[in-house]
Design a protein around this ligand. Structure first.
Ligand code: 13P
Length: 250
């Protein structure tokens, strides 16, 4: 059995004061949750706060994006070695907001994945289709392209130390969750595709579901065979909701 993982993606939200109360609630709630892995990914300026607040906690933390290169004249960017130097565990790569708003291609996302891993970070690779693509019957081909770009660059063995997150774009921030059957079908597809390269890596791969996960719908989603936890947006900003989701992963 794979251990469940619940990751909060705060996106561009938070303040020192808000984070403080959210983190202290998560920290104390997490003490009772020893059978689920929990992590929080915050905006860059708040990573120092996560490092300090979560130092004595089992809750891990990470960033939401990373540059694909090691260093150089890239004003405003942050490299994987900097995040690793600072003590990050995770970094999200290829979130649909990065792909769709900032035009990140699957090739660029693969380069970010590779950079993260070579610095010793655990990449959380996001993938998922838009509503138009789902309605056009393209879900599997879209997810396959996003996955294959990474396998082509780094090889399937790299997925032994990575997390995948299936996040259908139409379910993000919309209150419209994929049904557990819809999510399970895509998760199984992703796992099979990885298994086509290496069955052992596929078996151990943690595949998170993201898109309007709440404490109320998490138990049904997490009960599915190939759903190994969640990547949580809006509900990660509310301590009781987030902890409720974490409890569903126990
Ligand atoms: P919501 O949980 O707000 O739908 O966001 C999901 C997401 O994008 C997490 O990365």
């Amino acid at each position: 059995m794979r251990r469940k993982l619940v990751v909060g993606n705060w996106k561009m939200h938070g303040s020192l004061a808000q984070n403080e109360s959210l983190l202290s609630a998560i920290k104390s709630g997490a003490v009772q949750l020893s059978r689920v892995d929990i992590a929080v990914c915050a905006p860059f300026p708040y990573l120092a706060q996560l490092k300090q607040e979560l130092a004595a906690s089992a809750v891990k933390w990470g960033a939401q994006d990373v540059h694909q290169l090691e260093k150089g004249a890239f004003t405003g960017e942050v490299s994987a070695s900097m995040l690793a130097d600072f003590g990050c565990t995770y970094v999200i790569v290829g979130h649909s907001e990065r792909r769709n708003i900032y035009g990140e291609t699957s090739r660029l996302v693969a380069e970010k994945f590779a950079a993260a891993q070579s610095a010793g970070l655990i990449p959380i690779l996001c993938m998922g289709e838009t509503l138009e693509q789902r309605e056009g019957g393209e879900t599997e081909s879209v997810v396959a392209e996003q996955l294959d770009a990474v396998i082509a660059l780094v090889g399937v063995q790299a997925f032994g130390k990575a997390v995948v997150a299936y996040e259908p774009v139409w379910a993000i921030g919309t209150g419209k969750t994929a049904s557990q059957e819809q999510a399970q079908a895509v998760h199984a597809f992703i796992r099979q595709r990885v298994a086509g390269h290496d069955a052992h890596v596929a078996e151990g791969l943690v595949i998170l579901y993201g898109g309007s996960v709440k404490a109320a719908n998490a138990p049904a989603l997490f009960a599915m065979a190939d759903i190994d936890g969640g990547l949580i947006g809006g509900a990660a900003l509310v301590a009781e909701e987030f902890l409720g989701i974490c409890r569903a992963g126990q």
